[in-house]
Each structure stands twice: as C-alpha cells, then as structure tokens.
Ligand binder design. Sequence first.
Ligand SMILES: Cc1cc2nc3c(=O)[nH]c(=O)nc-3n(C[C@H](O)[C@H](O)[C@H](O)COP(=O)(O)OP(=O)(O)OC[C@H]3O[C@@H](n4cnc5c(N)ncnc54)[C@H](O)[C@@H]3O)c2cc1C
Length: 387
Amino acid sequence: MNHYDVIVVGLGSAGSATCMALAQRGVSVLGIDAFHPPHSLGSHHGESRSVRRAYLEGTAYLPMALRAWELWRKLEKDAGEKLLVTTHNLTIGPPDGPAVSGFLASARAGGISHDLLTAAEIRKRWPPLAPPSHFAAGLEKEAGIVFPETCIRVFLAMADAAGARLQVDEQVTGWTAAPGGIEVRTSHGRYTAGRVLIAAGARARRLLGDAGAMLTPKRVPVHWITPPHATAYQLGQLPVNFWQVPFNDGVGSSGEYREFYTLPAIKPGGRVKAAFHNQLADGDPEHPSPVVSTAEETAMRAMLERFLPTLSDRPMTSDTCMYALTPDDHFVLGALPQNENVFAVVLAGHGFKFAPLLGEIMADMLEGITSAIDMGFFSPLRFVRRE
Ligand SMILES: Cc1cc2nc3c(=O)[nH]c(=O)nc-3n(C[C@H](O)[C@H](O)[C@H](O)COP(=O)(O)OP(=O)(O)OC[C@H]3O[C@@H](n4cnc5c(N)ncnc54)[C@H](O)[C@@H]3O)c2cc1C
C-alpha cells in the first residue's frame, strides 16, 4: 500500500511521538527517517534532557508543560520503562533578570512548588555551584530528566505495535500537492497521503519550502566533564542548573546575557554535561562540523571556572548536537501557509520535554481536531503576517 492517511517525515523526538499517537488512534500512518533513530545526527542524542514545568520561556508553554509531565508518567506505565527521573532544577541569575523572574512568574501562575534561594543558600546546599552574591535561584523541586534515546525507542516500538509503518535509512527529498492530498518523494520511491507532517528537526528547512526560510540551524557544542568525585555531581545530588549571566558580569562583549547549563552525571562514574544555550554559531545540517574547537572548550571552561569551579580543570571531551531556531525562539506547530495539508513541527531548541504531548497535539492537528490546549501562539502564520 502506498497511500496513507498521514506521512510523518522524521522519526526523531516529535515525529516518533506523533506516529505513536496516530497509530494508537487507528490512523494509517507511514513514518520515514533518513537515518535510524535514535541517532546522533539530529537534535535528540546525548543521554539526558531536562524537563521543567515552571517555564520561563513564556506562559503559552505552561499548560503544555503541566500536561507533558502527566503524559511522561503515563508513557512510563504503558511502556513499563523508566523514562523520567525526578530531580531538582535551578534557574540561576540576577533576581530581576528574565530567567529568574520568568521562572517565578511561571511557577506562581502554575501553582508549581518552588523556592527562591539566595546565592549563599545555593552554595551551602550544592557545593559544586558557586553563584556570585548578587545572584539568586528559582528552585523547582519536582522537575526531572528524561533519557531521549530510550524515549524515542519507546515511541517507535509503540507506534510499530499499534500498526504504524516505519521506514528508516530513507531520505525524503520533497513533496507536492497531488489529487486527494500530498505526494512525498524519497530516495526509495513515492507515497501519497491525505496529510503530511514535516518533523525533520534541524534539517527541516529545505522541506518546508518558503516557510523554511525562517529557520536558522544552530550547531551546539556539548561538553562532557569527568567530575573530581562521583557523588556530588550525580543525578539525585547535583540539580539541573541553568545559568543566565549578564554580559556586564564579564562573560562576553555583546548582547545582554550568556546562558549555559549543566546536567548531572546520569550513572555512577558518569560525566557532567555542559552546554551554552544562546549565542550559538549557525550550523549546516547537510555538512555538520562535529569537531569542537579548543576555543569552544575554553569558552566553557571559563564559565565553569566562575560558576562551577571544581569542574573547570577536569578532563573534558566534546561533541555536537544541532537544532533549528525560529526568529522568536518559539515552536512552530501547524499547517504551512502554502498548503493546508502539510504541517510542521519545529521545536526551537527546547522541545524534548514536550515530546509525548507534541505527539498528541500534532495528531489532533493532522486529524482536524481542536486540541484542548490552545495552539494559536505557535502557528507558522505568525511569521507570514509580519511581512
Ligand atoms: C545539546 C542539546 C540539549 C538539549 N537539551 C534539551 C533539554 O534539556 N530539554 C528539552 O526539552 N529540550 C532540549 N533540547 C532540544 C530538543 O532535544 C529538541 O528540541 C528536540 O530533540 C527536537 O526534536 P525534533 O523531532 O524536531 O528533531 P529530531 O529529534 O532531530 O528529529 C528529526 C528527525 O528527522 C529526520 N530527518 C531529517 N531530514 C529528513 C529527511 N529529509 N527525510 C527523512 N528524515 C529526515 C532526522 O534523521 C531525525 O531523526 C536540546 C537540544 C540539544 C541539541
């Protein structure tokens, strides 16, 4: 059979979850990926992703963050696998900066259990963290970490079990309008569907046609640091810690803030993960440059020296990940302006935590159902209207 209700292009974070949701609803779905997910050629590798509900990125995400948490727990039960480990999450910076104040606004609006800590309290409670005295931190007590590779394996296994057809190592090269919907061309053949979802992550630009021009692929160096001793840096001890540091604190020469984070070692004897969250270099997903330069490692060591000094001179290895950013750093979820039967999901560098919910939301959109959570904020049309 070469005709489906829905074709999902990309079986990474959003695509695999959408295939699962659609197949579980009895929709005939073909999922296609250029590689064999989970893999390290997109946005989803690197063993851990932070999950928060106090969402400083904006109030539109709050209902999504609350619902996604429930869905992770449901997925764990359905799959019989541990996917989400609860841990503390700190948002650290000047108390009046966008991160800490955004955290507090979201936590209060969502009734999320939290504390506001002084720098002295942070230092005392978590000795690896060394915020300057004028910093504060929003503490979300019940946040978490999910394991992205395992999650994608679970989404795909459950999609397969529910009847989705999943094809890997097959690249989608384009799509065109066809009678009754859309024709999708791949390295292996042609398929038709009533509707298509482009869930191609950092590589989505070309497949989105004119709408793809809004995306900027970013290359993200990720640093893995061997801590001086195990316990204080391990999941359950070291919280996820996100830092927003003003440039006038001496961390750079342009823009307002430099943002970085570290995640605890997942396993005993594991390594702490660190990466910058903004001011990233543009990347070329078709020709990735996986080698991390000495200058890039030095920039991270300089941050560690100031804020997690016990890690600054420890052994470090680095690799890269990539994602596509949108002009306003918010998700794009919805039908493309040029064809109402072709939908996009673009996650702008902070989307993994929502994966099971995105599966539901995109399945709703593809089925023409209005989601319980308002998705208007994320429409691709917001960029068209501005022109
Ligand atoms: C270093 C790093 C840290 C992050 N930390 C967090 C975090 O802590 N919390 C959080 O919530 N989010 C985090 N994110 C963001 C999150 O991981 C991404 O938003 C999410 O994984 C994006 O999912 P996606 O489905 O859009 O892309 P992907 O998961 O990359 O999936 C896209 C898929 O499309 C396939 N594809 C591409 N082109 C084609 C084609 N032409 N034909 C067929 N298939 C194609 C790819 O092979 C890939 O499998 C992080 C990202 C990075 C890079």
